[in-house]
Design a protein around this ligand. Structure first.
Ligand SMILES: Cc1cc2nc3c(=O)[nH]c(=O)nc-3n(C[C@H](O)[C@H](O)[C@H](O)COP(=O)(O)O)c2cc1C
Length: 370
């Protein structure tokens, strides 16, 4: 893709570091679309959905959250999985299509923990502690009413969950041929439940101060690294906010960020993907660095991906200048699968419409607008 609008040249420059090699700095953020078959197999519609982003110029596509095992990880009915060879084979159709379009694609691996609201293998859910989640289930993902009271995980449950991530990562790389793995450590799901003070009341080595609450994420990262080997990119997504608690902030503030990002930097990861509602805002209070800036400070040398309301390319360029190496777009990528091409041509991306959030309908093969 050639840029005719030089203001955005930094967004269109390649990135090659930390085992990541992408054609530009623009990634599609992970977005759950509950559009797989009932048994978690990716469909032809999903293939067309994902390939459009590559044709539209995104250097990297990060998939929706994919469940990892046939036990407690599934969060939503019609969520795709990477829990067996059949699901992995079907993902191969998606990865081949993205590759043919010139893009790279990472699998986001997810365990819903206490936020599971549609799991065809289990009726109960697991969590670090038996504490009912805040908020109510998401209707857009076919949920209704309060979340269930989860069961507190035993040591065996913890080992099984970690193992699930490792197995799914192997299937993702060896059979589905993804280019990398993103571990979902954000938004209130299982890893974030361990990290969050009010959902983790454990008295053992998995709970306590924040440097202990991040341990589960670290062990998942280490297991995934072992599973995929030394040369494939592995990253993790981190947030303060949760799907069931939008305003949450780490009470340890910058000291917490130092503990979290420092521990992750030592866990064999290549990148940290930070998501905040508005990525450029101070992470804590009215002043100071953004959460992406703090990731950069405390995980030096890792690639930083920033996400959150970055649909304005001027803002995205600004963030790349100091805090981040790649920019991930969610809603604006749904509205503009060709956002990189539009912006390179100096055109204004289309506005996001709530109707785009419903499960995938019939996606037409990608056509670039004249
Ligand atoms: C429909 C939809 C589904 C989402 N599903 C996921 C998901 O599976 N995993 C995840 O980490 N974030 C998920 N998110 C959050 C997005 O990745 C992103 O953080 C959010 O949309 C904010 O970025 P934006 O301002 O560019 O839209 C989802 C967001 C939307 C709109």
């Amino acid at each position: 893709m050639t840029a005719s609008d030089d203001r955005y040249a930094s967004l269109l420059a390649p990135w090659e570091r930390n085992r990541i090699a992408v054609g530009n700095r623009l990634a599609v953020a992970p977005m759950t679309r509950i559009s797989a078959t009932a048994d978690g197999t990716p469909t032809e519609t999903m293939r067309r959905y994902y390939e459009r982003f590559a044709h539209g110029g995104f250097g990297l596509v990060i998939t929706e959250g994919i469940y990892t095992d046939q036990a407690y990880s599934q969060g939503y009915l019609f969520q795709p999985g990477l829990s067996d060879r059949q699901q992995a084979q079907a993902w191969r159709g998606v990865t081949d299509a993205v590759h043919a379009g010139g893009g790279k694609i990472f699998a986001q691996l997810m365990h819903a923990g206490a936020l599971a609201q549609g799991n065809r293998f289990r009726t109960e859910s697991l969590a670090p502690s038996a504490i009912q989640p805040k908020g109510i289930q998401m209707r857009v993902y076919r949920g209704e009413g309060a979340y269930c009271m989860p069961r507190s995980m035993s040591d065996a449950d913890i080992a099984d969950a970690i193992d699930g991530f490792a197995r799914a990562a192997s299937l993702a790389m060896d059979i589905a041929r993804f280019d990398g793995i993103e571990i979902h450590g954000a938004n209130g799901y299982l890893l974030d439940q361990f990290l969050t003070d009010y959902s983790n009341h454990r008295k053992d080595a998995w709970g306590g101060a924040i440097d202990r609450r991040i341990r589960f994420s670290v062990e998942v990262a280490r297991a995934v690294r072992r599973a995929v080997g030394a040369d494939k990119p592995v990253g993790i997504r981190i947030s303060q906010a949760k799907v069931n608690d939008y305003d949450h902030k780490w009470q340890e503030a910058e000291a917490g960020a130092a503990a979290v990002f420092g521990a992750l930097a030592d866990a064999g990861l290549d990148y940290i993907h930070v998501t905040e509602f508005e990525a450029w805002r101070p992470a804590f209070g009215d002043h100071g660095p953004s959460l992406a800036g703090l990731a950069r400070r405390y995980a030096p040398g890792l690639t930083i991906i920033a996400n959150g309301s970055l649909e304005d390319p001027v803002r995205a360029v600004e963030l790349l200048r100091h805090d981040a190496d790649l920019i991930a777009l969610g809603r604006s990528a749904l509205a503009n699968p060709d956002w990189p091409r539009l912006v390179a041509a100096g055109r204004t991306p289309r506005a996001f419409d709530q109707g785009l959030l419903s499960p995938l309908g019939d996606i037409k093969p990608f056509e670039i607008e004249a």
